[in-house]
Design a protein around this ligand. Structure first.
Ligand code: SF4
Ligand code: SF4
Length: 147
């Protein structure tokens, strides 16, 4: 049987400096205020130029479908809506899927009547399994949209 020679592992130095630095950071963070906030009781800071939730003014929409055509990822789908609007003879209006919308603003920029536009609203959470907003839902304030 071969003679196995035991090799002793070299002793590692205790990382005293790193330990002291770690304790220092811990102490500093213990004295800091938390960076988290109690949302939704406390509202986060939203920059003035922030835009997200899209709105639609149904009476201004002429059903030209430009917004649907310009959307780069197919987030807009035209829907038939039976409502009186002399400017929208085809009775079609855009609906938006916020699950895929990248907030590029192409739809807002191309709309000839400013019927579709992005707003400061950011709270679009829903309990139903879809982020799709129908034209009617797009025309309502967020608190009136069925979750
Ligand atoms: S903002 Fe851009 S991605 Fe979102 S619906 Fe409009 S065109 Fe489509
Ligand atoms: S929202 Fe504007 S671009 Fe879209 S169909 Fe209506 S009028 Fe045309």
């Amino acid at each position: 049987m071969a003679n196995v020679k035991e090799v002793e592992e070299p002793k590692k130095p205790v990382p005293v400096f790193s330990m002291i630095r770690g304790m220092g950071m811990l102490g500093k963070n213990l004295l800091r205020k938390p960076v988290t906030i109690q949302y939704p009781e406390q509202m986060p800071y939203i920059p003035e130029r922030f835009r997200f939730r899209i709105f639609l003014t149904l009476d201004s929409c002429v059903g030209c479908t430009l917004c649907e055509q310009v959307c780069p990822n197919g987030s807009i789908k035209m829907e038939h809506l039976d409502r009186e609007n002399p400017h929208n003879k085809r009775k079609i209006y855009p609906g938006v899927n916020f699950g895929t919308c990248t907030v590029c603003r192409n739809c807002e920029e191309i709309c000839p009547t400013h019927a579709i536009y992005l707003s400061h609203e950011f709270q679009t959470s829903r309990t139903k399994n879809s982020f799709y907003y129908s034209p009617e839902e797009l025309s309502k304030p967020e608190h009136e949209v069925l979750k």
